[in-house]
Each structure stands twice: as structure tokens, then as C-alpha cells.
Design a protein around this ligand. Structure first.
Ligand code: DGL
Length: 264
């Protein structure tokens, strides 16, 4: 069993984008990943349900002795961080503040945010951006079809391009210069989104920003224990077949054996 690992969880496979960035920045750390694949998607569920799921996922990771909890899911970060921080005596990092921090560097202060319905309806990105840049014009749009497109391996397919053209219309009209990819799956659609928006729009990948925040916290709190040697373990709550297949699109051969567990 991994000890004092960084615990990372998501509703499914998408959080592997965050896993990958943390792995690159902190290669010596043990990483433990949980995908709640039996209950994915979180993005269409109520805040109360997602909070409950997040508490159960975090309890599983806390039982494994993790030293830090990374909520690698925008929807869970949007609705469950206060409850997680209250319940667990661990540093908890979500993906929203890091993404907002990067977006607040916008030059024209017109910022787009895309995510699941749960994330956009929570208003958390808008709030986090306004806390840093009070005069920002934030245009937030749910893009529910992007998750299945990414999972299908269609991130650069014509269907994805047409879907993006439709969803991103209000953002193009608002002349945003920055777009927050507020969902774990969206970094896979990066090329398509950039093509539709044009090169002048800066895409903010929450995964990259969150990994930077984790590394910063390690420095601040002296959490690093590189002698543990970078072991990795992967858990899911449904049979692992699909996770293993789709996970390779995110992680390649780094994805090791995946074990099914019961939580909650
Ligand atoms: N992980 C979710 C997020 O980042 C996307 C998938 C889901 O809806 O569960 O919001």
C-alpha cells in the first residue's frame, strides 16, 4: 500500500489530466487516483448528491493515509470543498481557484468559462474570478456534450468542431481573450477549441494550474517526501474495463493496473 501519497479523485477518467500534470511536476511523489466510475457523471447531478459522493470518495482516500487531497473534478470542486475541508484534517485543493487565478491575468478582462451544468450553475468560477478581478466580464456556458465527445475519442472530430462552434458563439460575441476549460475532460478538446476561437484567445487548463498550486503548497508546508519514489495506484468504483481503455488516451502507458473498490 502507498503511504502518505497525494490522493486525487474525480467522477471518472477526466481527472487523469490533473494526475498527469502533478506527476510531471512532482515525479518523486506517490500518487493515488480514485475514479468514481460507478456514479459518473457528476456534472448533471444536484449539488447535494455530488457533495455526498465527494465525501465518500475522500473518505476512501483518507483511509489509505493520503497526506493531501486533490479534488480533480470541477463539479465536485464547485460544490463540495467546504464540506470536505470541514470533514477531513487534510489540506484539500480543488481545481477552481487555480484556474480562476490564471484567468484573472486576462488583458481585456473578458473571460469565458465552460464546464458542466453543475459547475456553471454553481457560479463558483464567476465568484472566484470576480474576487481577483472585480470588473471582469465573465461569460459562463455549460457544454454538456464535450464530455461524451472526449470519452468517445472524438475530441478532434468534425462533430466536436461543429458542437464547439455552437456552444462558443456567446463567448466569441463577447470578444473574450481568455477561456477557462472548467471541466477535466476539456483539455482533450484543446485543439478544436483553439481552432474555433482563434489563436488570440488564451486557453486556461485547470489541470496545469492545479498542479502548480499543489507544488506551491508542498514548498509552503514542507510536504515533499521524494524518497518514496513515485509509485502510482489506480482505483475505480465500477469494473475497470472502460476506465483502462479511455484512461490510455489521457495517460498512455503510465496507467498501471486498475482495481475496483466499493466506497460509501
Ligand atoms: N469531472 C467532471 C468535471 O470536471 C466531468 C465529468 C462529470 O460530469 O462527472 O466537472
Amino acid at each position: 500500500m502507498l503511504h502518505r501519497a497525494i490522493g486525487i479523485f474525480d467522477s471518472g477518467v477526466g481527472g487523469l489530466t490533473v494526475f498527469k500534470e502533478i506527476m510531471h511536476l512532482l515525479p518523486g511523489e506517490d500518487l493515488l487516483y480514485l475514479g468514481d466510475t460507478a456514479r459518473v457523471p457528476y456534472g448533471t447531478k444536484s449539488a447535494a448528491t455530488v457533495e455526498q459522493y465527494a465525501l465518500e470518495a475522500a473518505a476512501f482516500l483518507a483511509d489509505q493515509g493520503v497526506k493531501l487531497l486533490v479534488v480533480a473534478c470541477n463539479t465536485a470542486s464547485a460544490v463540495a470543498l467546504p464540506a470536505l475541508r470541514e470533514r477531513f484534517q487534510l489540506p484539500v485543493i480543488g481545481v477552481i481557484e487555480p484556474g480562476a487565478r490564471r484567468a484573472a491575468r486576462s488583458l481585456n478582462h473578458r473571460i469565458g468559462v465552460i464546464g458542466t451544468e453543475g459547475t456553471i450553475n454553481s457560479g463558483r468560477y464567476r465568484e472566484a474570478i470576480h474576487a481577483l478581478l472585480p470588473d471582469a466580464q465573465v461569460v459562463a456556458v455549460p457544454c454538456p456534450l464535450f464530455v461524451p465527445l472526449a470519452e468517445e475519442g472524438w475530441a478532434e472530430h468534425e462533430v466536436a468542431r461543429l458542437t464547439a462552434q455552437e456552444y462558443l458563439q456567446p463567448l466569441i460575441a463577447a470578444q473574450i481573450d481568455t477561456l477557462v476549460l472548467g471541466c477535466t475532460h476539456y483539455p482533450l478538446l484543446r485543439n478544436t477549441l483553439q481552432q474555433v476561437l482563434g489563436p488570440q484567445v488564451q486557453l486556461v487548463d485547470s489541470a496545469e494550474e492545479t498542479a502548480l498550486r499543489v507544488a506551491e503548497l508542498f514548498r509552503e508546508q514542507g510536504l515533499a517526501r521524494p524518497e518514496h519514489g513515485g509509485r502510482r495506484a489506480f482505483f475505480v468504483t465500477d469494473v475497470p474495463t472502460r476506465f483502462e481503455r479511455v484512461g490510455r488516451a489521457f495517460l498512455g502507458d503510465v496507467l498501471g493496473p486498475v482495481k475496483q473498490v466499493r466506497i460509501g
